[in-house]
Design a binder for this molecule. Structure first.
Ligand code: GTP
Ligand code: MG
Length: 306
């Protein structure tokens, strides 16, 4: 996926968070030469609203206070620069794009709670991989939710990728077993596995995902190459809790943050980066085929603040 045009597109996508931060920061600082307590309180509220999280907010404010005590700050506008630098430093650590080799099997398993955007992300990802010349095969391992298989098939048709499937309520591990069989008999493309977001209970879901992984690993050592956790950015704090759960229980190796176009909580990326140190691979900025972007930490900060 090319990074060109990333900035403009995500600026539009991140408009709500961008407006929240920029407009309010400007209002906050407009005409204020004095860095008083009220301004600190307002700044804190703003950062919490953008879902930057308590840690980032506390650290930023104490940094600003220290600099103020050392008489390093002349006016409030400098705070924006400090914020910029701090966000960049955090996001740089998780800015590790997924490197998908050409001409050899590469298995990606998408996981995440229901409605987070797994299937849509898979469609968008398949589309950009096809454009880059990869063979792509989709695997319908969400056999639980009605119409989940059909939904994946629609994406498969749109992007020109075959879909491996069985009937609804089939064992998802068996569907994955079929897909692994294709690899064993010589398939050399990217295999993307769609999984359920909800079963009867959370424990059932986690056990099912673990079983799928076990079956994969048994069929071909080292798979899945990527366990991609799909998180809905609009859920803010909940996305952080889910990230912890899927990292610990399923061993997620990378993150996609979706729906950044519809939220003023774009700061949640900073929060997840700071608290989880899991690579952020992609961000979703819309429902269309081309609305997935490779995550770039510097561009992300620029899109929010510059
Ligand atoms: N605005 C916006 N909507 C998105 C984005 N990604 C996904 N969606 C929408 O979110 C809704 C849920 O997406 P799905 O891809 O079906 O989510 P899922 O995780 O597969 O859901 P389950 O299969 O029920 O577990 C759909 O209406 C998508 O169009 C995004 O980046 N931006
Ligand atoms: Mg789905």
């Amino acid at each position: 996926m090319v990074k060109n045009g990333f900035l403009e597109k995500i600026k539009t996508g991140l408009m709500k968070t961008r407006n929240l931060l920029n407009t309010n920061l400007e209002d906050l600082f407009a005409g204020k030469k004095e860095l008083d307590k009220k301004l600190f309180d307002e700044l804190e509220e703003l950062l919490i609203m953008a879902d930057m999280g308590p840690q980032f907010t506390r650290d930023l404010i104490s940094d600003v206070r220290d600099r103020l005590n050392r008489k390093e700050l002349q006016d409030a506008g400098q705070i924006k620069k400090i914020m910029h630098d701090r966000m960049s430093a955090i996001l740089r650590q998780v800015d590790k794009p997924l490197n998908i080799p050409q001409g050899q099997p590469f298995v990606i398993m998408a996981v995440g709670v229901n409605g987070s955007g797994k299937t849509t992300t898979i469609g968008k990802l398949a589309n950009s991989l096809r454009k880059e010349g990869h063979e792509v095969m989709l695997v319908a391992a969400d056999t639980f939710r009605a119409a989940a298989i059909e939904q994946l098939e629609v994406w498969g048709e749109r992007v020109g990728a075959p879909v491996i499937k069985q009937k609804m309520n089939a064992d998802p591990a068996a569907v994955v077993f079929d897909a692994m069989g294709k690899i064993k008999s010589g398939y050399c493309g990217v295999v993307i596995v769609d999984t359920a977001g909800r079963l009867h209970t959370r424990v059932n879901l986690m056990e099912e995902l673990k079983k799928i992984k076990r079956v994969m690993g048994k069929e071909m050592a080292g798979t899945p190459h990527e366990t991609l956790l799909v998180l809905d950015a609009t859920t803010g704090q909940n996305a952080v809790i889910q990230a912890k759960m899927f990292k610990e229980e399923i061993g997620a190796t990378g993150i996609v943050l979706t729906k950044l176009d519809g939220t003023s909580k774009g700061g949640v990326v900073v929060r997840i980066a700071g608290e989880l140190s899991l690579p952020v691979r992609y961000i979703g900025v819309g429902e269309g085929l081309d609305d997935l972007r490779v995550f770039d930490g510097n561009d992300f900060v620029s899109a929010l603040l510059d």
